[in-house]
Design a protein around this ligand. Structure first.
Ligand code: ADP
Length: 479
């Protein structure tokens, strides 16, 4: 196998165009490898192979055996933890400790869904006398998966784990900016012995291989994680073929801090949840909403902590690494420049380690104070290490602010009042609400997904198995 191959029908082969793409290390801007530039033809072959697997040996395999294969892949990932960690950190620029966490999470997805494969069962429904009704949960068939560059290894497990556990055969199009771990994970999966065509991998450009997959009429479901703009394109092309979509499209998630909260604990978590993966996380808590009576005191502490943050190459293992690409660096710096022009004040900035390469894509972690509620820093997803602090007056105001963006992915509520915790949890329109905490180390077991522009459908946990299956009603008239 060559890293510039595609994996179709159990074989590593050159992409039909023979073309490749360079991939670079975000910490240095230097080329570290080549990947395939898959085409519509490769996607078509991959979809056909997946269909054969679904209608053949994979589709006929007992659930327990499917589960065993997935569990073995989880085990194999752990056996290659060091190697995958180094590869993921180099390719994405993320700190080694985070990459290690991601590799463990990838393994955990396959363990979780391996265990779940034979526990997914249907129902019976009481109906008219003389009838028996069964609801079968059947796999969708061939599933298409388009994933982003921020968590390639985790996303591999998050999207393929439930799809395969439910009995689907899959075609995966990873992101062109970072997919070396997905290539290696596919290679490990191939060694496990999944039937040919069960997993197909076609790296390539979004507008080529990605668009070909989302518009293919041979798929039964598309699962996409990425930007809202591309999410719209994908839904439109899938709609042409009446293909349903599960979409996870990012957020502008709030951390809501009331006066009675444990501030020290809140600050540690708020900072960690923002700088994780250098802010390039859909669920980053990128707004901190602070009760006005404690705003000044809280900001003093938050500022002190923020100034300690350090950014540097992935192998320095600091708080933040580089962002993924030059394009992303310019995009994030654009937010900083416009904020300066608009007079939004910086409360604190972290430092970029002096040893960092001038060609790496570094952005200092930045905390803004008193961000106006209608400013883009309060409303738009930056996807970088940028935190916007905004005061609120009372509980009703906090809820209004929390729900006042186009997004609704996750939220953190910091208060000691049990009744208020419950009121906020119910009032916030987000797929996950954390009380006195935020995020959960991958949260494999926890259903995850958006309201509003953050997308629809649910991933993770058993909810993902429901998305990757469809209910069939069978009615027996036995008289
Ligand atoms: P980001 O802004 O995080 O890079 P994108 O939405 O651009 O997110 O990319 C997420 C994934 O979607 C990547 O695998 C990318 O190649 C793919 N993609 C980008 N454009 C398209 C498109 N027009 N059709 C299908 N997939 C696309």
């Amino acid at each position: 196998m060559n890293s510039a191959d595609v994996f179709i029908d159990g074989k590593w082969v050159r992409p039909s165009s023979g073309a490749t793409l360079d991939t670079v290390a975000p910490s240095t801007g230097k080329k570290i490898g080549t990947i395939a530039r898959g085409t519509a033809q490769d996607i078509d072959l991959a979809v056909q192979a997946a269909r054969r697997a679904f209608e053949g040996p994979w589709g006929q395999m007992a659930a327990v055996d499917r589960g065993r294969l997935l569990s073995r892949l989880g085990q194999k990932i752990l056996e290659h933890e060091d190697e995958l960690t180094a590869l993921e950190a180099l390719d994405t620029g993320k700190a080694l400790k985070l990459a290690r966490n991601d590799v463990k999470a990838a393994a955990r997805y396959f363990e979780f869904y391996g265990g779940a494969a034979d526990k997914l069962h249907g129902e019976t429904i009481p109906f008219l006398s003389g009838y028996q009704v069964m609801i079968l949960r059947e796999p969708r068939g061939v599933t298409g998966h388009i994933i982003p560059w921020n968590y390639p290894a985790q996303m591999f497990g998050r999207t393929l784990g439930p799809a395969l556990a439910a009995g689907n055969a899959a075609v995966l199009k990873p992101a062109e900016e970072a997919c070396l771990s997905c290539i290696r994970l596919t290679e490990l999966a191939a060694e496990i012995g999944f039937p040919d065509g069960t997993i197909n991998l076609v790296p390539g450009l979004g507008e080529e291989a990605g668009a070909a997959l989302s518009s293919h009429d041979g798929i039964d479901l598309i699962s996409f994680t990425g930007s809202p703009e591309v999410g719209v394109l994908i839904q439109k092309s899938a709609a042409e073929n009446h293909v349903p979509c599960v979409l996870e499209l990012g957020g502008k998630s709030p951390q809501i801090v009331f006066a009675d909260a444990d501030h020290t604990k809140a600050i540690e978590t708020i900072v960690a949840a923002l700088v994780q993966n250098t802010g390039q996380t859909c669920s980053a808590g990128s707004r901190v909403l602070i009760e006005r009576s404690i705003y000044d005191d809280f900001m003093v502490q938050l500022t002190r902590r923020f100034k300690q943050l350090r950014t540097g190459a992935h192998d320095l293992d600091l708080d933040c690494g580089p962002v993924i690409s030059k394009v992303q660096q310019e995009r994030v710096l654009g937010f900083l420049e416009r904020a300066e022009k608009d007079g939004v004040q910086i409360a604190a900035q972290g430092t970029v380690d002096p040893s960092s390469s001038a060609d790496g894509y570094f952005v200092p972690p930045t905390l803004y104070r008193m961000v106006p509620r209608d400013h883009e820093l309060a409303l738009e997803e930056v996807f970088g290490p940028v935190l916007a602090a905004i005061p609120f007056d009372d509980e009703a105001d906090a809820i209004r602010l929390a729900n006042g963006t186009d997004y609704g992915l996750i939220a953190g509520v910091w208060t000691d009042s049990g009744a208020r915790q419950m009121r906020l949890a119910k009032a916030i329109r987000a797929g996950q609400v954390y009380v006195n905490g935020y995020g959960a180390g991958g949260g494999i077991e926890l259903p995850f997904g958006g309201f509003k522009k953050s997308g629809h459908g649910r991933e993770k946990g058993f909810e993902a198995l429901r998305e990757f299956t469809v209910a069939k009603t069978v009615v027996f008239n036995h008289g």
